[in-house]
Design a protein around this ligand. Structure first.
Ligand code: SF4
Length: 406
């Protein structure tokens, strides 16, 4: 007997996973245009739309906010499309309905974005004309009645995160409350603007190395709203890996980039991507400072459990340096992992405020511990751009919570 299984899921749920065959459907659907009468930006402010729809008499501020919003949405659209189309191991099936004449709007669709690349790669499309015979109408199914005892649960329900990123152990060790915001509540945090720059620059470093991108012009296409200065910085860091002798042993054929891994520890599932996997080594690129190394050791330990190799390497690209670990060295940190998992299982999310950590925390504006402490005085005076690259904000979170899918 031959059995086929398929998973139906959103693109966001599919991040970090891979299947032999993937179908990405409905690529001709247009994104809805935003007609909000008011736009808000935490750094710039709020603006109201003008009243005359014929002449668009909206203020400059409104137009700026509308432009920025459209750019962000466009970048997110491209990112999600990239994730969707890179989940397949053997076959990728793309489907789209045929345009009904408004060819100008095609560029706003996913298939419109892909068409030039598909054409230049020599990939032709196959047309499936609509046929009423082949279109099965939905069949009404009568579901059997289910009788269950209904119980009311009045006690708080224990919330355990289902799948944790490999960087989350270090995040818990730094501040359990921050871990709770991020991994239990799924709160995105309130930082915007400058605070995301180290993450975006780190993403571009990964992109450049994974796709062998050599020019800032090409690299900038992956994050078009990022200032060129940071795109050049990302390319410089990628070039350092390509040329510095200290990384020579980790270059060459036979290495794989961005390899998905998953593993289970106790009741917790972890997932992540190994930056570079060779026959005898694992390399993790770091674009920040190396004083976060105790946290990185936990991340490498999970890699060692999921992908056994002879050595595990942190490549500090800003410094042109490396840190090397054997599997045995990493396994000495298992008690730390056990203590963290016990803490999460027990629901222990006590805040651990510290000036250094809180000043770059994206939850600082909602965190009671931060607001109650004297830190808040300093933080209130802080510019939103204080955590640009080169500042202490280039943290474990900044570079490891890679929010593209490089
Ligand atoms: S602001 Fe400080 S104490 Fe609050 S969650 Fe962030 S790191 Fe923890």
């Amino acid at each position: 007997m031959c059995l086929f299984y398929f998973s139906l899921m959103t693109v966001h749920r599919s991040e970090g996973l891979e299947w032999p065959v993937v179908a990405v459907v409905d690529l001709a659907r247009q994104t809805r245009s935003d007609d909000s009468p008011i736009l808000l930006d935490p750094e710039i402010g709020a603006a109201l739309k003008g009243t005359d729809s014929n002449t668009d008499d909206s203020s400059c501020l409104f137009r700026l906010l509308r432009y920025q919003k459209a750019r962000r949405e466009s970048d997110e659209h491209r990112r999600v499309l990239y994730v969707a189309t890179t989940r397949a191991r053997d076959y990728l099936i793309l489907t789209a309905t045929k345009s009904k004449g408004d060819s100008g709007s095609e560029s706003k669709t996913s298939i419109g974005l892909l068409t030039a690349g598909l054409t230049s790669a020599g990939i032709t499309t196959e047309e499936w004309p609509f046929s009423r015979e082949d279109s099965l109408p939905p069949v009404a199914v009568e579901l059997p009645a289910v009788h269950r005892d209904v119980k009311a649960y009045l006690d708080p329900i224990e919330v355990i995160p289902s799948v944790l990123p490999v960087t989350s152990l270090a995040a818990y060790e730094e501040c359990p409350l921050k871990f709770h915001y991020s991994n239990v509540e799924g709160h995105p945090g309130l930082s915007t603007g400058g605070s995301s720059i180290p993450i975006r620059r780190g993403n571009l470093v990964h992109f450049a190395l994974q796709h062998d991108i050599q020019t800032a012009r090409e690299l900038g296409n992956f994050d078009r709203s990022l200032h060129p200065r940071f795109v050049h910085e990302a390319l410089d860091l990628a070039n350092r890996f390509r040329s510095d002798p200290v990384y020579a042993a980790f270059r060459g054929d036979g290495v794989e980039h961005e390899v998905p891994i998953s593993l289970r520890l106790g009741r917790f599932d972890f997932s992540g991507r190994i930056d570079l996997l060779g026959a005898g080594f694992v390399v993790d690129f770091k674009t920040g400072r190396r004083d976060r190394e105790p946290g990185y050791q936990l991340q490498l330990l999970l890699y060692a459990l999921a992908a056994p190799r002879e050595k595990y390497v942190l490549a500090y690209l800003s410094e042109g340096d490396i840190a090397r670990y054997s599997p045995e060295q990493l396994k000495t940190h298992l008690p730390r992992v056990e203590a963290i998992l016990d803490g999460i299982s027990a629901g222990d999310y006590q805040a651990k405020p510290s000036e250094k950590l809180c000043e770059r925390c994206r939850y600082r504006k909602i965190c009671p511990a931060s607001m109650a402490s004297s830190l808040s005085t300093n933080l209130k005076n802080q510019s939103p751009y204080d955590d640009a690259p080169g500042n202490p904000a280039d943290s474990i979170e900044d570079e490891d919570e890679v929010d593209l899918d490089p």
